[in-house]
Design a binder for this molecule. Structure first.
Ligand SMILES: [Zn+2]
Length: 216
């Protein structure tokens, strides 16, 4: 039931029908998968960055992230980005993708945060800025303790602006986003991800102005 179409980028693929389950009668998502797309939440990283997740990292949200990250299915980026757009603050001026470690980019043939940022950019008109450079490899889950966290590192490539929004696919602990903020000298105040686990402690704040770091 799953049909693939070639993408101009070669390894990248798009899917005909439902992006999650492949059912032909439902694009980009069939009714069943849409029902299994849980809402995201806002939470703070260990270092206090406010992060908005478009969807919960289970059910359809989890499948879509996996299709993007491990199968290079770029259609999934468009579907996820549609939910991320709703979480952008009005003061956002640019999107900064958190780059995937080079080894994983090479292995899976895709840098998912860049595809998400570009999809959000297409839907909003916001520019995508390459402000971070990734190292070659780092622990898959950056939440295994301080020793592992300290190995997640980025190099800045451009000056950040407080209106810049960090973009990533999934935040499991927020440690990778914290490393990205550190590389940008703390100039970024909001992270926007496609999914996050429902276990993240929720924070609420009024929509509108860009958030500060004093949220509790
Ligand atoms: Zn489906």
């Amino acid at each position: 039931m799953t049909a693939f179409v070639s993408h101009p980028a070669g390894m990248m693929r798009g899917m005909v029908g439902c992006t999650s389950c492949g059912a032909l009668a439902g694009a980009p998502l069939c009714d069943r998968c849409r029902r299994l797309l849980g809402p995201g939440r806002r939470f703070l990283t260990p270092d206090g960055l406010l992060v908005a997740a478009a969807f919960a990292h289970h059910g359809t949200g989890r499948v879509l992230v996996h299709r993007l990250k491990y199968q290079a299915l770029v259609t999934a980026a468009e579907v996820l980005a549609a939910g991320m757009v709703a979480e952008l603050p009005p003061g956002a001026t640019a999107l900064v993708p958190v780059p995937r470690a080079r080894g994983r980019r090479w292995r899976y043939g895709i840098d998912p945060a860049r595809w998400l940022a570009q999809a959000v950019g297409r839907q909003t008109g916001l520019p995508v800025i390459t402000a971070l450079d990734a190292g070659w490899w780092w622990p898959r889950h950056a939440a295994r303790g301080d020793a592992a966290r300290s190995r997640v590192a980025f190099r800045p490539r451009a000056r950040a602006d407080p209106g810049y929004v960090l973009i990533d696919d999934v935040a499991t602990s927020g440690a990778t986003l914290d490393a990205a903020v550190a590389a940008l000298s703390g100039a970024v105040h909001l992270g926007l991800v496609a999914t996050a686990p429902s276990s993240m402690r929720r924070v609420s704040r009024p929509s509108g102005a860009l958030p500060s770091r004093e949220v509790v």
